[in-house]
Write a new protein. Structure first.
Length: 172
């Protein structure tokens, strides 16, 4: 059995194709979610990339942990590696699951050509408003992620601030 920690669209995306045995609330210490990676395929294009979630060091990130079956967890992780793309690395980190520390796999974005965390929030919000990829628009990505977190009782101040910035930029 292996755990996979999800903090973004892996939590709610119906196209994730994860064959899992269970799902639990989880916390990842030492990281927080941030719209710091550009998507040029699923939620944007190379001309109009969409900011999507990655992890930044510091703080705490609430999410979900999927319990992967032992007999095919490697093939599931390979499929997810393809879904997430080469700008994420699959790392083995410790998360709190069911009140206990557990080793879990986590997709952590790399600071390479897709990293946009240094851009001001206003610029990233503008990018979300302009982007549209094969899975939908940058707006849809942010709203669906925020709505899912709200539905499961996770408050994320950074995502709340980003959503407000998108509204402000859209009203200008």
């Amino acid at each position: 059995m292996a755990w996979l920690f999800a903090y973004g669209s892996l939590m709610w995306d119906e196209n994730r194709n994860i064959a899992y045995e269970g799902v639990e609330e989880a916390e990842l210490q030492g990281y927080h979610r941030d719209l710091n990676k550009k998507s040029t395929r699923n939620w944007g294009t190379s001309e109009n990339p969409a900011p999507v979630l990655g992890l930044e060091e510091g703080g705490m990130c609430e999410g979900k942990a999927f319990k992967l079956p032992r007999d095919n967890w490697e093939s599931i992780l390979n499929e997810l590696n393809d879904r997430e793309g080469p700008s994420y690395s699959l790392e083995n980190l410790t998360a709190i699951i069911e009140g206990e520390e557990q080793e879990t796999y986590v997709f952590v974005n790399q600071r390479n050509h897709t990293y946009i965390g240094e851009l001001p929030i206003q610029k990233r919000a503008e990018m979300s408003l302009e982007a549209k990829g094969k899975n939908g628009s940058g707006i849809e990505y942010v709203v669906k992620t925020w709505a899912h977190l709200d539905r499961i009782g996770i408050e994320d101040q950074g995502l709340d601030k980003y959503l407000r910035e998108m509204v402000n930029v859209g009203l200008e």
